[in-house]
Design a protein around this ligand. Sequence first.
Ligand SMILES: C[S@@+](CC[C@H](N)C(=O)[O-])C[C@H]1O[C@@H](n2cnc3c(N)ncnc32)[C@H](O)[C@@H]1O
Length: 203
Amino acid sequence: MMSSPRSQDYRTFLAAAFREPAAIGAVAPSSTTLARTLASVVPSTGQPVVVELGPGTGSVSAAIQRRLPAGARHIAIEANRNLAEHVRETQPAVEVVHGDAGDLIPLLAGQGLCRVDAVVSGLPWTLFPLPVQRRILDQIGIVLAPGAAFTTFAYLHARALAGARRFHHLVRDAFDEVIVGRTVWANVPPARVYVCRRAVRSG
Ligand SMILES: C[S@@+](CC[C@H](N)C(=O)[O-])C[C@H]1O[C@@H](n2cnc3c(N)ncnc32)[C@H](O)[C@@H]1O
């Protein structure tokens, strides 16, 4: 019997998480509610360019696609080769780049881009050491167009972990406006969404 895309997504996600738990950092793809909240900053008019970091099996990609108008571009940067291939196959409108979010600026340059209208992240920030968190956040701040937003999420249960606390402080220093939304309970595990605007340039 043909499996539904959803169960196939779960299987692909679990296989990746099993092989590389330290790079995936989750037990399941984001729920529709979390995905929709993350994608709410994506412009639904004009011809926006949106970057997604760590699409996994594409649950957030689908929410971004639902908002995007015709003529928009949606670049998704995924470090795991199998997951990159999965999103390429299941969501052909998404321009999937197999690469490291830490190389955001050169990867975007390779797509002929230097400014974007939104960055939506599914990255497992708490697993990254400080220099990696900083390197990615700095580049996000540089590529965001004036007024554009960056969204990401943090799992509720992990908020006391050192990596999560470090990320929280880092993101508050990196952006002038940081709004932490209400807990999305309809997700495994429950998570909070950060909406950040106006990067603060250091130095
Ligand atoms: C927690 S999963 C989230 C997947 C998906 N966005 C979702 O919400 O269901 C994290 C994803 O980030 C990817 N990832 C981890 N480190 C990365 C990096 N440095 N650059 C790009 N992708 C990365 C993982 O391979 C995985 O697909």
